[in-house]
Design a protein around this ligand. Structure first.
Ligand SMILES: [Mg+2]
Length: 330
């Protein structure tokens, strides 16, 4: 028998706020009550994921529950904020207990691991979509921003960008599925927000953004916010062996333009490079901040298509300029 909204919230979401003692009142009243510690700023972010736009129809419920929280936690990571509280608005075609169990399993596991409490939300019927709003805590004046990069700073990225986009292509059947593809599929299904890294970059990185729309596009946003340009070296990109095995000649293009990775992309002044944290996640130096504007991509990128990343309204690449495309490395 389908559950009503009240039963659904009680059964699946009422316990998820129990993991923090600064939650005075969680799910079940008109609003939640929380007590922020002294001396912090509260970082707020909200991101929606919609079936057919952010994930393919038929993606398993556990992955959807994980992803909707992960994309928001990634924004907190990019600010150097520590996760605290979350709100969920879920739109479902029907109240399906098995689906909700999967969704809650994915969301809860990541929430507990990240120390974030689900303190409220809403469920409605309609096409499948989930919106999470998060609040994170950061010591006053210490948040990472997009706007602090200066000419001469080195540019770094964590992990192996492009793997998630390739994983999505594998799920959609447009790339093959050898054994190496399972790693890529899991990078799309269960992206890992780089919370510990973001935290450790406070006071070290001069600017930071998370890679959601594509490495080149998001570097363009960081540069625009900082009033600088960047030179990005294709030969330095961390194109993973799994990505090359599955995507072949398109691997480098996916690394530059593929979205959904939720890695951190950041600038570091030369005299702070020695302070970069060692946290078991690969950090790769991929270029340098320069005076001017725009992202210059130095080196050859094979394959077709824009490098500027995804824009929901333009549906094509934007301002990134790519010199040296199709030619020899410079
Ligand atoms: Mg972001």
């Amino acid at each position: 028998m389908p559950l009503g909204e009240f039963e659904l919230i009680q059964r699946f979401f009422a316990s998820a706020g129990a993991c923090r003692d600064d939650v005075v009142l969680g799910v079940g009243d008109d609003a939640a009550l929380v007590v922020p510690p002294p001396g912090v700023e509260i970082a707020l972010a909200a991101d929606a994921i919609v079936e057919g736009v952010h994930f393919p129809a038929g993606l398993d419920a556990e992955a959807i529950g994980h992803r909707v929280l992960a994309v928001n936690l990634s924004d907190l990571a990019a600010m150097g904020a520590e996760p605290a509280w979350a709100l969920l608005s879920l739109t479902l075609p029907r109240s399906d207990s098995a689906w909700l169990e999967g969704f809650t399993r994915g969301l809860d596991a990541l929430a507990r691991r990240s120390g974030i409490a689900l303190v409220g939300g809403d469920t409605t019927s309609g096409p499948l979509a989930a919106v999470v709003s998060v609040a994170g805590l950061v010591p006053r004046g210490q948040a990472l921003r997009r706007s602090g990069a200066r000419p001469g700073d080195w540019i770094y990225v964590s992990g192996a960008p492009g793997e998630a986009a390739a994983g999505l292509a594998v799920l959609q059947g447009s790339l093959p599925r050898p054994a190496a593809a399972e790693r890529l599929v899991s990078r799309f299904r269960l992206p890992e927000p780089r919370l510990a890294l973001g935290n450790a970059l406070r006071g070290v990185a001069s600017a930071c953004i998370d890679v959601s729309d594509g490495l080149a596009a998001d570097l363009g946003k960081l540069c625009a916010a900082s009033g600088v340009g960047a030179r990005l070296e294709v030969a330095s990109l961390p194109v993973s062996a799994a990505l090359v095995e599955v995507a072949g000649a398109d691997a480098t293009r996916l690394c530059l333009a593929g979205g959904d990775d939720y890695e951190l992309l950041f600038a570091v002044p030369g005299d702070r490079v020695g302070d970069l944290p060692e946290l078991g996640v690969t950090l790769t130096r991929i270029g340098r901040v320069v005076a001017g504007a725009g992202v210059e991509i130095v080196g050859e990128v094979r394959g077709e298509g824009p490098l500027g990343g995804y824009d929901h309204f333009l549906k094509e690449g934007r301002t990134t300029t790519a010199r040296g495309l199709g030619g020899p490395s410079q």
